[in-house]
Write a protein that binds this ligand. Sequence first.
Ligand SMILES: O=C(O)CCC(=O)C(=O)O
Length: 281
Amino acid sequence: MELSCTRLTPALGATAQLPHEAGGISDEAADLVHDALIKHSVLVFPRAGLDPGRMVQLGQALGTLGARHHSYATHPDYDDVVVLTWGGDQKPDAAEWHSDMTYRGTPPFASILKAVEVPPVGGDTLWASMFAVHDALDPGMRRDLEQLEAVHDMGAFRTGAYRQGGNEALSEALAQTGAAVHPVIAHHPVTGRPYVNVSESFTRFVIGLSAPESARLLTYVFDLINRPDFHVRVKWEAGTVAIWDNRGTQHYAVADYLPQRRVMHRVAVTTDKRTPSVAAP
Ligand SMILES: O=C(O)CCC(=O)C(=O)O
């Protein structure tokens, strides 16, 4: 059995109805969601009817939770639900292409995001297929990139730490979030499909290159993500839920709605239950 999905763009994304019942999300339903996620990379469920408890339950049906973010607030009743609130003069911080938390050795496999309060207009989220970016690389460049690894760290989250407590807080935040080296071209653990695995937000440096060579190469690769044919753009309504596979996608939250408010709930799923080859952190 398959989840009935409507594809959103040739590159990625599909809409569907979330298969849950009064009693919760069964393992069979989670299997369907997982299969569809692997196929489409991003799933959008309008009017999904998921309260924070159900979001946690869905996350647990997909894998293990626990990859809490170092700087965001959490829901008062559910530690696993991050609350992202922007508005007034609070500038959103995710208007950069990124895959979540790649400064960790094991970044979350998937994220579940629900729109709680949306501005009257704006505040869309875009996702890019990093498989498509990979496939568009010149074959010579692809071969070169396959040999390389790059360092990821907390990127612009440095600003918040520094403004809060100067050098000491900055060093502490860097130590706490850590850094991780990942291959520049990674392979999806379920399908084996190669994808470009560096992001503007978190990839700092290519191992083995000089600083200028690394900066030139990364800038070239980052720019490739901007081709609209690689994207899907989601317009939120309150109650819409999206799930994305962090392996092979990046996303960008458009910050065009201030001073209006936008509130989102997010659950990060660290490990993929159905892909045992992915090690726990
Ligand atoms: O608010 C959004 O649309 C996306 C937020 C985001 O970038 C994230 O959860 O990593």
